[in-house]
Write a protein that binds this ligand. Structure first.
Ligand code: IMP
Length: 193
């Protein structure tokens, strides 16, 4: 079976993709290939950061691989926090990041925001990108206990509940990451035919 590295340390994400590609690809994560480097994410876009991760594996391990990078873009904040979503309030954590977005949005009526994911794939020396976007609006107060990150303040268009008020299955039907991963998976499946 063809091996494919998912350039991530997130075992939850790895398991999900492993299941989706079972029987077609043997999916390995960074730990599985003995890589404990914290790959620097110094790009200016999600695509650049995803590509930095696949490029690292390509250069150091000569293996086919993919990586994802995601974040929240708020229109009235000039698309911040964007690539800085994980560390918008410094190294403090999800709740502090979310509180800072709420604070910076105080009194602002344009509440439009979107989550974006870009997946970079390197397969047989060819490079590909897959993107997922979900548009929505930001609440003024957090609500819901599911999910992570900015989920408690993000209401996807067409819904009146936040991502954090949805079940994981419901969020996975529409989320940015799920959309990008579905594009990747269908590309990989067609590539093995
Ligand atoms: P990652 O690139 O998927 O690790 O995402 C980077 C950061 O973007 C996370 O630490 C979160 O702050 C934010 N983010 C990405 N996806 C989501 C999501 O589905 N819900 C809430 N926050 C997210």
């Amino acid at each position: 079976m063809r091996e494919l590295v998912f350039a991530t340390n997130n075992t939850h994400k790895t398991e999900e993709v492993k299941q989706l590609l079972a029987g077609q690809y043997q999916v390995l994560n960074l730990k599985d290939i003995g890589c404990d480097t914290d790959i620097p994410e110094t790009g200016n876009t999600f695509a650049e950061n995803a590509r930095l991760k696949t490029s690292f594996v390509e250069t150091h391990y000569q293996m086919d691989c993919f990586a994802d990078d995601s974040g929240l873009e708020v229109e009235a904040l000039n698309n911040a926090p964007g690539i800085y979503s994980a560390r918008y309030a410094g190294q403090r954590g999800d709740r502090e990041n979310l509180e800072l977005v709420l604070k910076n949005m105080e009194g602002i009526t344009n509440r439009k925001a979107r989550f974006k994911t870009v997946v970079s794939l390197v397969q047989q020396n060819q490079h590909y990108f897959f993107e997922g976007v979900i548009n929505g609006t930001l609440r003024e107060k957090a609500s819901g206990a599911e999910g992570f990150g900015y989920d408690p303040i993000f209401v996807p268009d067409g819904y009146d509940i936040t991502f954090a008020e949805m079940s994981m299955a419901q969020k996975n039907e529409i989320s940015h990451r799920a959309q990008a991963m579905r594009k990747l998976i269908s590309f990989l499946k067609s590539a093995t035919l």
